[in-house]
Design a protein around this ligand. Structure first.
Ligand code: NI
Ligand code: MN
Length: 239
C-alpha cells in the first residue's frame, strides 16, 4: 500500500508485531512474535535482518520469538528493566533498559516508553510466571521526525490526551480485539484523543476470543473526517 511517501516501510506480521524500515534503512521490530505467530505469513518468518527490537511487555504473544531472534541477529533490544535483566540472564547482549517517560535513542531513532494499562509477566518453561515490570507502549520518532505510537496491550486511558499533546503521532497502532485489551469502542475514543492521520488496528482475530474488527472501529469513527483506517493484512507492507 503506497500512502506514507516518506521513505518508511511498515510490514504487518499479524497480531501486534510490526517490522518498520526507517528512511535511513534501519530495521525495527516491535513485539517479536514471528515464527510462532499463527497470523504471520510463512514468507515473513525467515527474517533477513533486525537492527532494533522494541518490547512492550512480557506476554508470550509479544515476545514469543524474542530470544531466538535476538540471538540470531544481535539487535539492540529495548525493554523494561525487568525484561532487560531477564534477557541478560538468558545471554542476550546489546540490551537497553527503559521505563515510562524515558527515551532510548538508537541510530538516530528515538524510542519513548509510554504508559499502558495491562499486566506483564514472562511465562517460563515450567509454567511459572516471572515478573516483567509494567507493560508499556512506544512513541517512535524516526530520523525524518515521522512519529508513530504503538500502544502495546492496553485499555483506553485519559493520558492519551497528553501523548497527543506532547508527541503528536501521525500514525497510531491500537489494539481492538477486546477481552485482553480495548475493544473497537474504546479504540474509537482513543482515536478522538490522539487525532492521528492514520490508525492501524492490531491485536484482533488471532484467536476466536479477540472479536473486535476494523470495520467496527471504522463505523464508530465516522465523525473523524480526516482519519485514514489502514487495516493491514498480515504480510501487507505500507509505504
Ligand atoms: Ni498482553
Ligand atoms: Mn497481547
Amino acid at each position: 500500500m503506497q500512502i506514507l511517501n516518506n521513505g518508511i516501510e511498515i510490514t504487518y506480521f499479524g497480531h501486534s508485531t510490526f517490522g518498520i524500515k526507517s528512511a535511513g534503512g534501519k530495521k525495527v521490530l516491535i513485539d517479536p512474535w514471528v515464527m510462532g505467530n499463527p497470523m504471520c505469513p510463512e514468507e515473513l518468518k525467515d527474517l533477513d535482518e533486525v537492527d532494533i527490537i522494541a518490547v512492550t511487555h512480557g506476554h508470550s504473544d509479544h515476545i514469543g520469538d524474542l530470544l531466538e531472534i535476538a540471538k540470531k541477529f544481535n539487535p539492540v533490544v529495548i525493554s523494561t528493566f525487568e525484561i532487560y535483566k531477564w534477557l541478560n540472564d538468558k545471554g542476550v547482549e546489546n540490551c537497553l533498559p527503559i521505563n515510562k517517560g524515558g527515551t532510548q535513542t538508537v541510530d538516530g531513532i528515538e524510542f519513548t516508553m509510554t504508559h499502558a494499562q495491562h499486566s506483564s509477566s514472562i511465562e517460563n518453561d515450567d509454567g511459572k510466571l516471572t515478573y516483567a515490570g509494567e507493560p508499556g507502549g512506544y512513541i517512535i520518532r524516526f530520523e525524518n521526525r515521522f512519529t508513530i505510537y504503538h500502544a502495546g496491550d492496553t485499555n483506553l486511558f485519559g493520558d492519551m490526551k497528553l501523548i497527543k499533546e506532547i508527541y503528536r503521532p501521525e500514525l497510531v497502532m491500537l489494539p481492538i480485539g477486546d477481552v485482553f485489551t480495548m475493544s473497537p469502542l474504546e479504540a474509537s475514543f482513543a482515536c478522538r484523543m490522539l487525532l492521528p492521520k492514520y490508525v492501524i488496528p492490531m491485536h484482533y482475530g488471532t484467536f476466536p476470543m479477540l472479536t473486535g474488527t476494523p470495520d467496527e472501529l471504522e463505523n464508530m469513527t465516522h465523525d473523524l473526517g480526516g482519519l485514514q483506517h489502514l487495516a493491514l493484512k498480515p504480510g501487507e507492507v505500507l509505504r
